[in-house]
Design a protein around this ligand. Structure first.
Ligand code: SF4
Ligand code: SF4
Length: 405
């Protein structure tokens, strides 16, 4: 039975009363560390939500900002003694804010606009989605392997897409890519509540014209059906966000009307770890440096891949792998996820800068990750804040040490 007045938020009160206000989650929260505000950690945000719902307060900008100033890193969920499903709750609230026209926050709506118009969140030309493919690499039209590239690797970090393809080619795999038929995986849209959203545009005479409705489900079904029609049975991912979304979100959007996903999914670190385990990865070069591994939240806490990247790194000749104090389940967020970088750019770089300093404290000269977003944000922190550390992804190391790059 509902115990609260119905507010315009109309959230399920049973969800928000779960929190006992113990504030255990405050001390490891990415957004609390950045903003130092009582509204900026899971327990504080849930308290705020509860008071808006109980008192039937109109949603204002401060509330919307607080709801979106969270990277959905799940550190709080890990810490919470009573397992409050905070990230699910906050994603539901974001979805509700979008439905009532009060969200998403700031310029995050541009990602949805761009996805609707161009199939990618950056507003890049969809016809150039596969422009990163170089003539000396191989793709095919009839492989049972697929490589889902994602918006960020396709347009912003093409060296990651190139390295992943070279890695697959090295092991004799010429994967299919969807190219101009690949659409956004919907991670940025789902994380920011833009699951369905009317897309509008101002006309020349100042009238608001509705162009149509952005529907994440249509993007997902399109991508799955493309893979299916091409006979793809195994899909490789280089982006932690795409992998998380395909593993946890695509099935729930696809299943109801279409059944189970017709392919298996694998992050490239799992693919490489299997090669190490089978003795099929014979490193040609060495990396005689001290390296620390940063767990991307979407690959680590969200889907539980912690050991595969470490197994790959440890197999490299000459390498000295050290751990940051906060690693694996307790890893610190890089600050790029959940729409945080798109909505709070400078704050996201502050978060990345702090993480890079934690890496330097171990004596590492290189921080290695396995997510396009982590790499993008770390490189921004190196460039803008002058942190002296090398930032690489596992696939970068692979192609460099194997003489493929
Ligand atoms: S998901 Fe991360 S940033 Fe958001 S409240 Fe939890 S710990 Fe803080
Ligand atoms: S979300 Fe969990 S850890 Fe955070 S205040 Fe509530 S009960 Fe405590």
């Amino acid at each position: 039975m509902r115990r609260f007045f119905t507010s315009e938020l109309d959230v399920d009160p049973d969800q928000i009363v779960l929190c006992s206000n113990c504030s255990t989650c405050r001390w490891t929260c990415t957004s609390y560390e950045e903003f130092k505000s009582e509204a900026m950690f899971a327990g504080g945000r849930l308290r705020l939500l509860r008071s808006y719902v109980e008192k039937n307060l109109p949603v204002d900008e401060g509330f919307v900002r607080a709801v979106y100033a969270c990277s959905t890193c799940e550190q709080c969920v890990e810490r919470c003694p009573i397992h409050v499903p905070y990230v699910k709750i906050i994603e539901d609230v974001r979805k509700k804010l979008v439905e009532i026209g009060k969200g998403p926050y700031g310029k995050l709506g541009v990602m949805g606009d761009m996805a609707f118009k161009h199939n990618n969140v950056y507003g890049e030309n969809p016809q150039e989605r596969a422009s990163w493919v170089k003539p000396d690499t191989r793709i095919s039209d009839d492989s049972t392997w697929g490589y889902y590239v994602g918006c960020t690797a396709s347009y912003k970090r093409p060296e990651i897409a190139d390295a992943t393809l070279r890695m697959l080619n090295y092991f004799g795999i010429e994967p299919q890519i969807l190219g101009t038929e690949e659409k956004c995986c919907c991670s940025p849209l789902i994380r920011t509540g833009q699951v369905t959203r009317p897309i509008t545009e101002e006309s020349d005479v100042g009238e608001t014209e509705v162009l149509g409705t952005l529907e994440a489900e249509k993007f997902i079904v399109h991508n799955v059906e493309q893979m299916k029609s091409r006979g793809v049975e195994h899909v490789i991912f280089s982006c932690a966000g795409c992998y998380r979304t395909t593993t946890l979100d695509w099935p729930r959007f696809y299943r109801e009307r279409h059944g189970i996903l017709p392919f298996s999914t694998q992050h490239l670190t799992q693919f490489l770890a299997l090669k190490v385990k089978k003795g099929e990865l014979d490193w040609k070069g060495s990396y005689p440096e001290t390296v620390t591994y940063h767990d991307p939240c979407h690959l680590g806490r969200h889907v539980g891949i912690f050991e595969a990247p470490r197994q790959v790194l440890s197999s490299i000749p000459g390498i000295n792998v050290v751990e940051m104090e906060r690693n694996r389940h307790n890893s610190v967020c890089c600050g790029a996820g959940g729409g945080f970088k798109a909505g709070f750019g400078e704050n996201a770089i502050n978060v990345a800068e702090r993480r890079l300093h934690l890496a330097l404290e171990t004596g590492a000269t290189t921080i290695v990750s396995s997510c396009v977003f982590c790499k993008l944000n770390f490189l921004d922190a190196v460039k803008k804040r002058g942190v002296d550390i090398k930032v690489l992804n596992i696939e970068d190391l692979f192609i460099s040490l194997m003489g493929l790059g």
